[in-house]
Design a protein around this ligand. Structure first.
Ligand SMILES: NC(=O)C1=CN([C@@H]2O[C@H](COP(=O)(O)OP(=O)(O)OC[C@H]3O[C@@H](n4cnc5c(N)ncnc54)[C@H](OP(=O)(O)O)[C@@H]3O)[C@@H](O)[C@H]2O)C=CC1
Ligand SMILES: O=C1O[C@H](COP(=O)(O)O)[C@@H](O)[C@H](O)[C@H]1O
Length: 502
């Protein structure tokens, strides 16, 4: 039984309908929205790509994606069939200007069939270099003149660098009204990421210690156990820094480091986040080697299975210098964070899928216990596990029961209620927001550009200096040795989160 208001009738055109994002995330999310009766009464999803598919073959392909990646698989009685009645495919080369007329024809046919004018959403799930030309063509379609019902969703990375992001913003704002533009960063739709704001700003407990006086350093890890997954067309031009650091990781950093907002108004939150980006200390080109490490995976073994190296993946150049791993040390130059390092890292084919933020507090000022009481004083730590574990852990010292004064670090853990099955995926939340026209969880133009500004010196340095040691890390490892050295020289070590015992 449905207890909520559904969005208005919508047609979603997904450029990149034959790609990995749609297969792994968008279609499973739309399917879950359908199961939960959040999809409009009248809707149509149209995948777009150059690959040849019959409607049937396309649906079979996407069903496989649901079976592999959806939080609820495709076995729900009859629902799969009903869902796929709304899914179609348009074989279309985005470079073929004349073919855009087919989009208008499709919309007109649906208008006639449904007897109303629907929302029309263009989702650009394609590599950034294709975005400007597609946006340009869409912007000239008559139907895009209707600001209330037409929207364009742009995936990250938004642009390829600072200059192209700036140009893209100018292009989009020339063609569309700001309320039609949805710059997506799906990490902002994750429940656990949104909970960072709740943890920090709905509790007075943490605020007094959330600063340079009590925090030693902060770590952000987004480790993936998957490799390239046949995405060379996109990833070879991207690499880990553009793919994950410029967007997802910097957004996580903003949430951890931002000042308290005075309201939950979308612009107020964005203002506070952009302040963090603007306060990140610029890394000088000559210092990049001190603050950033890149890596590329070799061939090897992953959980007992043989895997090929990055350079042997399909459509990857044999001498590719694309990084599949990046670690960076940042500082935020403001009163709260002066002198506190933020260590961030991300990589593919790593030992374990794990995204988490760790706040490492300073040691107790003196240690009155006998020195043999504890292996380390460095015990106070707060960890926000974003995925696959979804929990918040506070680690502190406790006395081990017995006659001696022996201390052990223990964890107090908050686990999200219910199973993963019931937690909406980020793309469910965000796609619903797009259909409803709510841009609160989306990026503003200046945020995207400020994030590019932060990473440009690293990008430019890496692009001009060839990596001499690629491939430099093994699958099923925690990345290159240099990344351990990056943090070890400050007297720290990366924290690899063990799964919480249930
Ligand atoms: N994969 C993921 O998990 C995530 C991806 N993203 C973002 O999504 C975007 C796409 O990534 P991903 O799906 O992985 O990349 P893929 O390489 O898997 O997909 C690229 C898509 O672009 C289409 N395409 C390429 N050229 C054309 C063309 N001339 N005309 C029409 N379609 C074309 C391809 O279709 P065809 O070959 O059939 O033409 C394919 O569907 C990137 O910006 C990425 O950052 C964001 C979050 C997660
Ligand atoms: O944006 C991207 O994100 C995925 C990882 O997303 P997650 O929700 O599974 O953490 C990554 O695999 C992909 O390379 C990147 O484009």
């Amino acid at each position: 039984m449905q207890h909520h208001k559904r969005p208005p009738a919508s047609i979603l055109f997904i450029f990149g309908g034959s790609g990995d994002l749609n297969y792994r995330k968008l279609t499973p999310a739309l399917y879950n929205l359908f199961l939960d009766e959040w999809m409009p009464e009248q809707f149509s999803i149209v995948g777009i790509g150059r690959t040849e598919y019959t409607a049937e073959a396309y649906r079979t392909h996407l069903l496989e994606g649901i079976q592999n990646f959806s939080r609820r698989k495709g076995e729900q009685n009859g629902h799969v069939k009903k869902f796929f009645e709304h899914v179609n495919y348009l074989q279309l080369d985005a470079g073929d200007v004349a073919s855009y007329a087919r989009i208008t024809e499709y919309v007109q046919a649906k208008e006639t069939e449904w007897g109303i004018h629907p929302n029309v959403i263009f989702y650009l799930a394609v590599a950034p270099q294709l975005v400007p030309s597609i946006a340009q063509e869409l912007g000239t379609l008559n139907l895009c003149k209707d600001k209330a019902t037409t929207r364009i969703v742009i995936e990250k990375p938004f642009g390829h660098d600072l200059a192209s992001a700036h140009e893209l913003n100018a292009l989009l704002t020339g063609l569309f009204a700001e309320e039609q533009i949805f710059r997506i960063d799906h990490y902002l739709g994750k429940e656990t990421v949104q909970n960072i704001l709740a943890l920090r700003f709905a509790n007075a407990l943490f605020e007094p210690v959330w600063n340079r006086h009590y925090i030693d350093h902060i770590q952000i890890t987004a480790a993936e156990s998957v490799g390239l997954e046949d995405r060379a067309g996109y990833y070879e031009h991207s690499g880990a820094l553009r793919d994950m650091v410029q967007n997802h990781i910097l957004q996580l950093m903003c949430m951890v480091a931002m000042e308290a907002p005075v309201s939950f108004d979308a612009n107020e939150i964005r203002n506070k986040k952009v302040d963090v980006l603007n306060a990140i200390r610029p890394i000088r080109r000559e210092d990049v080697h001190e603050s950033a490490v890149r890596g590329q995976y070799s061939a090897g073994w992953m959980k007992g299975k043989q895997v090929i190296g990055y350079r042997d993946e399909k459509n990857v150049a044999p001498e590719s210098k694309t990084e599949t791993y990046a670690a960076v040390k940042f500082y935020v130059d403001n009163w709260r964070w002066q002198g506190v390092p933020f260590y961030v890292r991300t990589g593919k084919l790593m030992h374990q899928k794990s995204t988490h933020v760790t706040i490492q507090f300073k040691d107790a000022p003196t240690f009155a216990f006998p020195s043999e009481a504890a292996e380390s004083w460095r015990s106070n730590r707060l960890t926000i596990s974003i995925q696959p574990e979804m929990d918040i852990r506070i680690r502190f010292q406790a006395k081990r029961p017995g006659q001696t004064m022996t201390l052990d670090p223990v964890n107090m853990t908050f686990n999200y209620e219910g199973s993963d099955d019931h937690t909406p995926e980020a793309y469910e939340t965000l796609l619903l927001d797009v259909m409803e026209g709510d841009a609160t969880l989306f990026m503003r133009a200046d945020q995207v550009e400020a994030a590019w500004k932060v990473i440009m010196p690293i990008l430019e340095t890496w692009e001009t200096r060839q990596p001499q040691d690629f491939p430099n890390y093994n699958p099923d490892s925690w990345g290159p040795e240099d990344a351990d050295a990056l943090i070890a020289k400050d007297g720290h070590a990366w924290i690899n989160l063990p799964p919480e015992k249930k």
